[in-house]
Write a protein of this length. Structure first.
Ligand SMILES: [Zn+2]
Length: 261
C-alpha cells in the first residue's frame, strides 16, 4: 500500500508538472520565424522584441496552429513596421572601457582617460569633453562597466531632485513614492503603481535631459493610471504636452545594454 500511495503521488506530481511547464516550439509563417511558448494562460499575445525584431507568441496549450498562423498573417504589416523600427535604431557598439573611447554623458560624447589608481575606482567629468576614469587599466571589462554605471547612477541621483520639484508642481496630488535606479535591458523605466515604486534605467544618464524627464513623467502618471489606457494618454497630454515629440526621439535609441554584460 505504501508503494502504491507513493506511486500515485508521483503520478499526480507528473500531471501537475506537465500542466505548468511551458512548451516551446518554432513555426515559419510568411517568411517569419515565430517562437511560440505554450503555457497556462487564457489569451494569445504577440510581441516583437528588440534588438533583432524576434517575433514571439505566448498562447494557451491547446491553441490551434491555425489561430496562430491567422494572428501572425493578420498582424504582418505591424510586425514588419516594428522590425524596421528596431533595425533603424541607433545601437551602441560594445564598450571596451579603454583610453580614447568615447562615452555619452547627458547627450554629449566624452573621451575616456584611464588614470591608474590603487584606491577605489571612480569616474569624474573633466572639462567639456572628457571623462577621467581612475581605475586599474587591467581591471576586467565587467568591473569597469559596473563603475561607470555607478557614476551614471550618481548623475541621475543629482538630476532627479530638481526634476521632481518641477513636476510635483505640475502634477497635483502625487502620492509618496520611491525611486530605484538600475540597469535594465528592455525598458527605460517602470512603475509598480500599487507599491508606488518607480524604477529608472541608469542608461538615461547617457542621453539628453528631456529623455530622462519624459520617462520620469511617464512613470509619475502611472502612479495614477497603471495601464496605457486612454486616460493615461489624456493625463500625459495634459501634464506634458510635448511628450509625443520627445518620445519619437527616444524611440530612435536602443537600450543597447545586452552586449556589455
Ligand atoms: Zn508605461
Amino acid at each position: 500500500m505504501y508503494f502504491f500511495g507513493q506511486k500515485r503521488k508521483y503520478l499526480y506530481l507528473c500531471r501537475v508538472n506537465k500542466k505548468i511547464m511551458p512548451k516551446e516550439e518554432t513555426l515559419h509563417i510568411s517568411g517569419i520565424q515565430v517562437h511560440i511558448t505554450r503555457k497556462a494562460i487564457k489569451g494569445t499575445y504577440l510581441s516583437v522584441k528588440p534588438p533583432n525584431g524576434t517575433v514571439s507568441i505566448r498562447t494557451p496549450f491547446k491553441a490551434p496552429k491555425s489561430v496562430i498562423r491567422y494572428l501572425v498573417t493578420e498582424k504582418l504589416p505591424w510586425i514588419r513596421r516594428q522590425q524596421a523600427r528596431y533595425a533603424a535604431q541607433e545601437r551602441e557598439q560594445p564598450k571596451q572601457y579603454c583610453a580614447g573611447e568615447t562615452h555619452l554623458l547627458l547627450g554629449k560624447h566624452r573621451t575616456l582617460h584611464l588614470i591608474p589608481t590603487d584606491g577605489y575606482p571612480k569616474v569624474t567629468p573633466h572639462g567639456e569633453d572628457q571623462l577621467h576614469f581612475h581605475i586599474d587599466p587591467e581591471a576586467p571589462t565587467t568591473m569597469k562597466a559596473q563603475h561607470l554605471d555607478a557614476f551614471y547612477e550618481e548623475i541621475l541621483r543629482n538630476q532627479i531632485p530638481p526634476l521632481a520639484a518641477k513636476w510635483h508642481q505640475t502634477i497635483p496630488n502625487l502620492p509618496t513614492y520611491i525611486i530605484t535606479i538600475k540597469r535594465m535591458k528592455r525598458r527605460w523605466g517602470s512603475c509598480h503603481s500599487l507599491k508606488k515604486h518607480i524604477c529608472l534605467n541608469v542608461a538615461l544618464a547617457k542621453y539628453p535631459l528631456p529623455f530622462l524627464e519624459l520617462v520620469f513623467v511617464h512613470e509619475l502618471v502611472h502612479l495614477f493610471e497603471a495601464n496605457h489606457s486612454p486616460r493615461f494618454y489624456d493625463l500625459m497630454d495634459q501634464y506634458h504636452p510635448q511628450w509625443r515629440k520627445v518620445d519619437r526621439e527616444l524611440k530612435k535609441l536602443s537600450i543597447g545594454f545586452a552586449t556589455c554584460q
